[in-house]
Design a protein around this ligand. Structure first.
Ligand code: SME
Length: 150
């Protein structure tokens, strides 16, 4: 299991977003921070809701699908359920959308503003079962920090 220092990552995020009121800027730096600090991932980024669908936002990784309907794929399902989804094997997830064929596991965490879902943080890994309960906790905390500036 990969150990990640979420305390350090989340303290760094707080410092990076402090006094920055621009959503795209914060999401761009947040994706760069996770890409730098997380081992064993091949894609990390954001989808935000526009025109009743998820639209690709700032990310690090290969070119990805641009629009995802609610209820579709792991991202759209996470939004529809308003809950974090940890998928140990994406090939066993009905309706998974493969943007990078190297991806084998995935975590998607909904992001809120004023109590409503505004988008998701999506992370893919080429490893099976990459994301543990500890990753889920650390990344949910990461999203809570981001929400304070969105
Ligand atoms: N796999 C996602 C699509 C987005 S890419 O992973 C970047 C899904 O099934 O929603």
């Amino acid at each position: 299991m990969i150990k990640t220092d979420y305390k350090e990552i989340n303290e760094t995020l707080k410092a990076i977003v402090k006094d920055v009121p621009y959503t795209m800027t914060n999401l761009a730096n947040a994706s760069a921070l996770l890409n730098e600090k997380l081992e064993g991932i091949n894609w990390v980024g954001f989808y935000t809701i526009k025109d009743d669908q998820l639209v690709l936002g700032p990310f690090q990784g290969k070119v990805a699908c641009t629009m995802i309907k609610f209820g579709r794929g792991v991202c759209g399902t996470s939004v529809a359920k308003d809950s974090t989804l940890v998928v140990p094997n994406v090939h066993e997830f009905d309706g998974h959308i493969a943007c990078d064929s190297a991806s084998n596991s995935e975590i998607v965490i909904p992001i809120h503003r004023k109590g409503r879902v505004l988008g998701v943080l999506d992370i893919d890994s080429p490893m099976l079962d990459r994301f543990s309960e500890e990753d889920k906790k650390g990344l949910e905390e990461f999203v809570r920090i981001l929400e304070t500036v969105l």
